[in-house]
Structures are given as structure tokens and as C-alpha cells.
Design a binder for this molecule. Structure first.
Ligand code: HEC
Length: 165
């Protein structure tokens, strides 16, 4: 009977260790999501002023979207507020959305090339930041009226097109 007491204590101890190990696993995934966001350039467009300030923007402001448009032959697009976006969807919806086509200059192929695990880590990290800010302005098709400041990415100074016969 005496042997039972230490082994119950050992069992309890191992349960405590198991739960202590479980928590940092979630944290590790969120840290991985943060790493992917930081190294994949998402903040360059989805965080206002990030490129101009050489990345010196408080993490609390990350991924809140931008009202500065990017105009080109595709029309005028706005980097989405990812904080509100992930707050409005399930993880499964995120995995589907992340693999759908998006307009330039969104590096859509980079997102599509990520594994489910990486996309999930991004989802969990952005979700951990919580919702913040306003939705980005709506897409404006080519020739439409643009009400916001925008960057002009229209190709210029192209070589003359060869004449058709
Ligand atoms: C060069 C600028 C740029 C970079 C870098 C960038 N994005 Fe985007 N992103 C955009 C723009 C612009 C849109 C809007 C595209 C559209 O209207 O179709 C967008 C759209 C999105 C959308 C779709 C939003 C919605 O409402 O469905 C997601 C998700 C997204 N980006 C995630 C990311 C992630 C994650 C990264 C980093 C891996 C990233 N973006 C990097 C510019 C960028």
C-alpha cells in the first residue's frame, strides 16, 4: 500500500507535466505564425506605414489593412484588414480563402504555396492579435472612380509595340 502513494503522486506529477507541455505547443504554433508573417513581407502592404518606417511599427498595429490603393491594369486594390478578416472566419474558411486567386500586387502564389500547417499557424497568430481597425476600402475596377490616395503601378515608358500587318 505504501508503494501506491508515491506512484499516485508520480501519476499526478506526470499529468501536471503533460499539461505544462501542452500549453507551449500552442504558443510555438503562434510564434511560427508570427515568424511567417514577419519573414513573408505581409506587413509591407497590410500594415500602414510599415515599409516607409523600415518595419518600426508596433505589433499592435500589424495587419490592420491599408486605405492606400495600388493601381494598375487590374484596377485599384487595397490590402485587406487581416485582423478583421480572420475574426470573421473559421480556420477551414481561411484555408480555402488563402488558396483562392487574389489581384495584384498581392503575392497570391506565395500564400498558395504554403502548407496547411503554415497557413493554420498564420491564422492562429493573426487571431491572437485580436480584431482592430476598419475594413480596407472596396476594390475599384479599371477606369472606376478612386476616392482614396493610391500608388500608380501602371507600366510606363514601354518599348513601342511592333506594328501588326
Ligand atoms: C505587395 C503587397 C502585398 C503583400 C506583400 C501581401 N499582400 Fe495580401 N493583399 C494585398 C492586396 C492589394 C490585397 C487585395 C487583393 C484583391 O483585391 O484581390 C490582398 C489580399 C489579401 C487577402 C485576401 C483578403 C480578403 O478579403 O479575402 C489575404 C488573405 C492576404 N492578402 C494575406 C496576405 C498574407 C498572409 C501575406 C504575407 C504572406 C500578404 N497578404 C502579403 C497586398 C499584399
Amino acid at each position: 500500500m505504501q508503494a501506491f502513494i508515491p506512484s499516485a503522486a508520480a501519476l499526478l506529477a506526470s499529468l501536471v507535466v503533460a499539461s505544462a507541455v501542452a500549453a507551449p505547443k500552442g504558443d510555438a504554433e503562434i510564434r511560427h505564425g508570427r515568424y511567417l508573417i514577419a519573414t513573408s513581407g505581409c506587413n509591407d502592404c497590410h500594415t500602414p506605414g510599415y515599409m516607409q518606417k523600415d518595419g518600426k511599427v508596433a505589433e499592435t498595429e500589424w495587419l490592420t489593412g491599408d486605405a492606400m490603393g495600388w493601381q494598375g491594369p487590374w484596377g485599384t486594390t487595397y490590402p485587406a484588414n487581416l485582423r478583421l478578416l480572420v475574426g470573421s472566419m473559421t480556420e477551414q474558411q481561411w484555408l480555402i480563402r488563402a488558396r483562392q486567386p487574389m489581384r495584384p500586387p498581392m503575392p497570391s502564389p506565395s500564400l498558395q504555396a504554403m502548407t496547411d500547417d503554415d497557413l493554420r499557424a498564420i491564422f492562429r497568430y493573426v487571431k491572437s492579435l485580436g480584431p482592430k481597425g476598419d475594413p480596407a476600402p472596396a476594390y475599384v475596377p479599371p477606369g472606376g472612380l478612386v476616392m482614396t490616395p493610391y500608388l500608380d503601378l501602371t507600366p510606363k515608358n514601354l518599348p513601342p509595340v511592333a506594328a501588326h500587318h
